[in-house]
Write a protein that binds this ligand. Sequence first.
Ligand code: SAH
Length: 271
Amino acid sequence: MKGKVYLVGAGPGDPELLTLKAARVLKNADAVLHDDLVGPQILDFAPPHAQRYNVGKRCGKTNITQAEINFLMVRLASLGLRVVRLKGGDPLVFGRAAEEIAALRQAGIEFEVVPGITAALGACASAEIPLTDRRSSHALIFLAGHHAVEKDPTNWQALVSSGATLVIYMPGYQYGKISTKLRAAGLAVETPCAVVSRATTTDEQVFTTDLENLPGAPQLAAPTLLVIGEVVRHAAHNALLKQPISRNSEFLQQNFPVGSVHSILDEGRTA
Ligand code: SAH
């Protein structure tokens, strides 16, 4: 049997957000090398006999290096195994996939990338934030927040003048530093911000605020994502509370009369 490595996105947390392809590849896996962010319900898609390794950098038992992960991946595949390298979200978004792909290419190991729903998309679906609402934002920028603290290569001025919605991965709890950098780059203090914690899981929390008050945002459980931009004004939740929706019957009767449905449907029916 010829070994192969699948670089698979596990999505943001909810097992139902796994793609059909990811589920199939997992079902056929001989070995799974997964990150910390991947939950047990998703790992359960792999057959019981599949070897499982937590190669996460945070909670993994050993402090495994990227070189060791590459080594394991290449070695197991060269033995003829179907290896799934399972990463949270999408494997190509802040996932060090480039280094793993380079190692696989160099060793001549067959591989395939199976995309996943990245955290930004999962978080904004949950928080009901229309990432590119055409009235206020025509662009989207994903950036890594830890740079706000370490040697900062980010051109904050360029980010702000682009007018894009900003989605900050790995913000840590550096809300004060991020707010200061964005304000210094000219972003209005009223700009709405959302912190989404453990998006799409049963522990999800959403906190909305604005750029001025962002430094006082609560330290919600990791992983968290920070969304900044006018589009956040449309977010469904406020301050950790999910508002229940109740049907507005009078409004429905007045504005959505049952009779007109038929004329719209008759013209557009396809089957
Ligand atoms: N490849 C992943 C990102 C890995 S970097 C993806 O495409 O989503 C890890 C960062 O992703 C975390 O620090 C956090 O900012 C974000 N993240 C991942 N899962 C998340 C979740 N369920 N809720 C909120 N943020 C999440």
